[in-house]
Design a protein around this ligand. Structure first.
Ligand code: XMP
Length: 515
């Protein structure tokens, strides 16, 4: 996944809320795209030899002090450029066009009128179409040598082009679904202006990454910490395809997994013929967690113990110099850029390992978005239940037993209740509509009546949310009849539980997990 092997398009990120989405859409058009910070120099861009450059939108006005500028030397290089929103304004202003703050901006759905022949980007598309806008400044006059190709009520020049200089600009956002012809416009820029071919796909990632892993690891040996999650599973499978038995996976089973999950991981990896060390460390973890009620302390204990167990096991694997990690592109972006400095995936995760482990990292997914990782997983013939597994916190059920100690009895209750929820919601075909759904066990008891007697038992809380990225979430509207069935089954089948509650809090103000 580099300029050496694949055509690539670079997206300069001026801080717009849709910048990542631009890169994703370009990839969906079959062309590899990477996001770079606005501070990237022209020389750095030139060294990457991209097929094209896209300038993203951004929150600044071109007249703000310190607003990101258009790298003018670009024009000399002849690299095709597409400016989107702020990216178009900054280009138009730098090249002598007139950009001004309009009296009112345009936000949301806006009617776009194609002018003239519409140029390469809009020619032949409907004269009147809807697009998505989010801007205050507008381009009032195109720079010399440019042709305006569209307008909207608030943007006299809503799109422009200079075929000769290969510079293009659109005020609207082609990357959002509310711009029906957005993908078509991007495709035209990529194919007709930049001459990109459709080369990027899950299959091409697999082929490229296998070659890259072979080159990196050579005759060496690698280890991979498995969590059962999609990222580490896909990373492990890719590396296994590349180096076979020279990969050993280590699965630290902390006893805080959901029902049958540990067995499933072991079975799946055995089925793939991947060497796996399954460390049953339940007693060790539960021993350390005895008597601990504070959530942060629980997290810390689980994290530290995980590292200790992993280190012990890793040291038994002779001659392993490489550590496989399922780092994703979002981790790379969040940790400050796409330089190839080794950052350990510690964010929010128990899988984070200490930096003094003397390993070279192998990170075959570091350029991929989550949905692309799933596509690669499918390409590698991983089972759907692995590819579509919901996010599950590294500390596992340890953070879903709240307000009291984590122990075997409570874990078993939680596992049984959670299993019923999964059977019923999965059975109702809702699995992929929900971001996450699970049970929480608060360590309190309340009174109930079952049969002829009063009970004094735990409640179980059902948490189910819809979300796109876990940053915000809404509580899921699971139909009452499904909830009713779940509730009945939990009360009837799980001893120690006499009450089921449904969490109807969105995020914010709530979080997805309790803890
Ligand atoms: P919250 O609860 O912060 O969760 O809304 C956001 C997402 O992160 C997951 N999560 C974790 N994942 N280790 C992880 O690997 C953790 O300690 C952890 N805590 C929360 C959570 O399941 C949700 O998807």
């Amino acid at each position: 996944m580099s300029a050496a092997t694949t055509e690539e398009v670079l997206v300069l990120d001026f801080g717009g809320q849709y910048s990542q989405l631009i890169a994703r859409r370009i990839r969906e058009c079959g062309v590899f795209a990477e996001l770079l910070p606005a501070s990237t120099t022209v020389e750095q861009i030139q060294n990457r030899n991209p097929k094209a450059l896209v300038l993203s939108g951004g929150p600044a006005s071109v007249y703000d002090a310190g607003a990101p500028e258009f790298p003018e030397q670009l024009v000399e290089l002849g690299i095709p450029v597409l400016g989107i929103c702020y990216g178009m304004q900054v280009m138009a202003k730098a090249l002598g066009g007139k950009v001004e703050g309009a009296e009112s901006g345009e936000f949301g759905r806006t009617e776009l009128t194609v002018t003239g022949d519409g140029g390469v980007l809009l020619g032949g598309l409907p004269d009147e179409q809807t697009c998505w806008m989010s801007h205050r400044d507008s381009v009032f006059e195109a720079p010399e040598g440019f042709t305006p190709i569209a307008s909207t009520p608030g943007s006299p020049v809503a799109a422009l082009e200079s075929a000769e200089k290969k510079l293009y600009g659109i005020q609207f956002h082609p990357e959002v679904v509310h711009t029906p012809y957005g993908t078509e416009v991007l495709k035209r820029f990529l194919r007709e202006v930049a001459g990109c071919e459709e080369q990027w796909s899950a299959a091409s990632v697999v082929t490229e990454q296998i070659a890259a892993i072979r080159e990196q690891v050579g005759e060496g040996k690698a280890i991979c910490g498995l969590s059962g999650g999609v990222d580490s599973s896909v990373a492990a499978k890719l590396v296994h395809e590349a180096i076979g038995d020279r990969l050993t996976c280590v699965f630290v089973d902390h006893g805080l997994m959901r029902m049958n999950e540990a067995e499933q991981v072991v079975e799946d990896f055995q089925h793939f013929g991947i060497k796996l060390v399954h460390v049953d460390a339940e007693e060790r973890f539960l021993g350390k967690l005895a008597g601990v009620t504070d959530p942060e302390t629980k997290r810390k204990i689980i994290g530290e113990e995980f590292i200790r167990v992993f280190e012990e096991e890793a040291s038994k694997i002779e001659g392993a110099d490489f550590l496989v990690q399922g780092t994703l592109y979002s981790d790379v972006i969040e940790s400050g850029g796409s330089d190839h400095a080794a950052t350990i995936k510690s964010h929010h995760n128990v899988g984070g390992l200490p930096e003094d482990l003397q390993f070279e990292l192998v990170e075959p997914l570091r350029m991929l978005f989550k949905d692309e990782v799933r596509a690669v997983g499918t390409e590698l013939e991983l089972p759907d239940r692995m590819v579509w597994r919901q996010p599950f916190p590294g500390p596992g059920l340890g953070i879903r037993i709240v307000g009291g100690e984590v122990n075997k009895e409570r874990l078993d209750i939680l596992r049984e209740a959670d299993h019923i929820l999964h059977e019923e919601v999965g059975g109702a075909n809702m699995y992929r509509d929900l971001w996450q759904f699970f049970c929480v066990l608060p360590v309190i008891r309340s009174v109930g009546v079952q049969g002829d007697g009063r009970t004094y038992a735990y409640p179980v809380i059902i948490r189910a949310v819809t979300s796109k990225d876990a940053m915000t979430a809404d509580w899921a509207r699971i139909p009452y009849d499904v909830l009713e069935k779940v509730s009945n089954r939990i009360i009837n089948e799980v001893s120690g539980v006499n009450r089921v509650a449904y969490d109807i809090t969105s995020k914010p103000p709530g979080t997805i997990e309790w803890e």
